[in-house]
Design a binder for this molecule. Structure first.
Ligand SMILES: Nc1ncnc2c1ncn2[C@@H]1O[C@H](COP(=O)(O)OP(=O)(O)OP(=O)(O)O)[C@@H](O)[C@H]1O
Length: 474
């Protein structure tokens, strides 16, 4: 039986994979005509003169197995357990489309449609299935699909999607990844007064995005499409960066650098002295990355991208500055009346202008945030913060003071209007059991030094694992 015939039986939604992408005109003119949670104001990515053809000829006729490595540290993750259970029962040991049941259409992108789905015999884990109709795409877009699949298959990070399976069925490419029920940051911003987030929330989301970018750059991937629309919220409120079709890969040489720092020491009689110490710092930044393709989203494009003279890793740090600005101010810094005006503003602006925020917010990070933005939105990429030492330098900026970076994934996300609040009575969407974590908070500044800054309960990122349920599935 054809794989596709397994889908429509479960529901009356059209899951026959009749592609909607054929109706998509160009990337620049695209509007979202879908049931996407994303607002219609979401900005589309543009792709101009994308030269890097990375399309490999894949065997599209057969179903590919989920033969991606099961990373040992993820072995009790409910998603992998569910997939293991399904593939163990499969005659050829591979995951097929027939193992999946589609529950809901989540949205339509430039390349294909995304569905919420589960494995047929296991309700313990939700997935998102990105379905791309290759017949409906131009060669350029096919190269983007290939790039996204390549990047996804290499990722292994809590703030980035896991690719659970890559299926090639007929002319469809299907990518099975983590499902994010919290929507995207762009939609979340639109729910806030003035489209702006409190500074503490900005710090939290910026810190998590920074860690995700750090990982990408350490693996030589320049992301090129940072914007709130591409920052999805997982069930536990942490972020997941999505959309890797505009990435490009470069070489990166990791180095260990020594840095002298001053550390306060407490003397025998309560005196405080300063001690000099040398610490080793890991730096892995693709400083030699180079591309001429003009890709990205207008309001987030770095000046060197607009100029078309070639660009590298610095475009992500510029976009990171625009991203923090937008979360703080509800709009992007160079936005003009038209796309052309926006590009002109980016090319001509000498210094970024800030709008006034409420008086009471002064002193809790707004000044530091502005300083960070100014250091990121530097026209010359070589002088831009992050260019030579990447996230290592940005993490040390005063805006992020107090963050214990290795513990960041155990922090409880901020309480923000429009984000489902977890309470003791909350029933986990993924596991169907009450959440172990009581309330959510993120308040690193106010409780500085207090143990309440962090959740020291050793809950790791995958703390929503429901072992009982997983065992039942397996
Ligand atoms: N993992 C996910 N979990 C939940 N919803 C998702 C997930 N991935 C995508 N979506 C939803 O599906 C929509 C389409 O996503 P998709 O990644 O195909 O396109 P996009 O974000 O518009 O990017 P592009 O068109 O540049 O590829 C998104 O707007 C989002 O609402």
């Amino acid at each position: 039986m054809d794989e596709e015939t397994f889908f429509p039986s479960d529901t009356d939604i059209d899951f026959s994979f009749t592609s909607t992408t054929s109706s998509v005109t160009t990337a620049t003119d695209r509007t979202f005509a879908s049931s996407s949670a994303r607002t219609s104001l979401a900005r589309s990515s543009l792709t101009l003169s994308f030269n890097e053809s990375r399309l490999s000829t894949s065997t599209a006729g057969a179903t590919a197995a989920a033969n991606l490595h099961h990373r040992p540290h993820r072995k009790s993750d409910p998603h992998w357990s569910a997939i293991n259970a399904a593939t163990t029962l499969s005659s050829d040991g591979a995951l097929h489309l027939r193992h999946l049941k589609l529950l809901r259409h989540l949205g339509t992108g430039n390349l294909g449609r995304v569905f919420l789905c589960r494995l047929r015999d296991c309700d313990a884990a939700n997935f998102a299935l990105k379905v791309v109709d290759r017949d409906a795409l131009t060669n350029k877009k096919l190269s983007h699909v290939q790039m996204e699949a390549d990047i996804l298959s290499a990722l292994d990070h809590p703030f980035l999607p896991t690719l659970y399976a890559h299926l090639e069925v007929s002319h469809y490419t299907c990518l099975l990844i983590d499902y994010c029920p919290g929507g995207d940051l762009h939609s979340l911003l639109r729910k806030q007064p003035g489209n702006r987030l409190p500074v503490d929330a900005v710090r939290f989301y910026a810190a998590e995005v920074l860690v995700a970018l750090e990982y990408l750059h350490a693996t030589g991937v320049v992301y090129r499409d940072l914007k709130p629309e591409n920052v999805l919220l997982r069930e536990d409120g942490h972020i997941m960066l999505s959309d890797f079709d505009l990435c490009f890969k470069a070489d990166v040489v990791p180095i260990l650098e020594s840095r002298a720092r001053t550390r306060p020491v407490h003397g025998c009689f309560g005196s405080r002295e300063a001690a000099e110490e040398v610490v080793a710092e890991f730096v892995a930044e693709p400083t030699d990355a180079f591309s001429r393709s003009c890709v990205g989203t207008h309001e987030y494009l770095a000046p060197e991208l607009v100029a078309g003279t070639g660009h590298g890793n610095g475009v992500d740090w510029w976009a990171f500055g625009v991203f923090i600005f937008e979360m703080l101010h509800g709009t992007t810094p160079f936005k003009g009346g038209s796309k052309e005006a926006t590009l002109r503003n980016i090319a001509s602006t000498r210094q970024v202008k800030f709008q006034a925020r409420d008086e009471e917010e002064k002193g809790v990070g707004i000044t530091e945030a502005r300083d960070l933005i100014e250091r990121l939105l530097v026209k010359d990429p070589r002088k831009r913060l992050g260019f030579s030492r990447g996230a290592t330098d940005i993490k040390r900026h005063p805006f992020f003071n107090g963050i214990k970076w290795p513990l960041i994934r155990t922090y409880t996300p901020p309480e923000v209007r429009g984000v489902a609040r977890k309470t003791k009575a909350h029933v986990s969407h993924v596991t169907g059991v009450p959440s172990e974590r009581g309330h959510w908070w993120w308040n690193s500044k106010k409780n500085k030094g207090s143990k309440h800054n962090f959740t020291f309960n050793n809950n790791n990122y995958y703390s929503y694992i429901n072992y009982k349920k997983v065992k039942k599935c397996a």
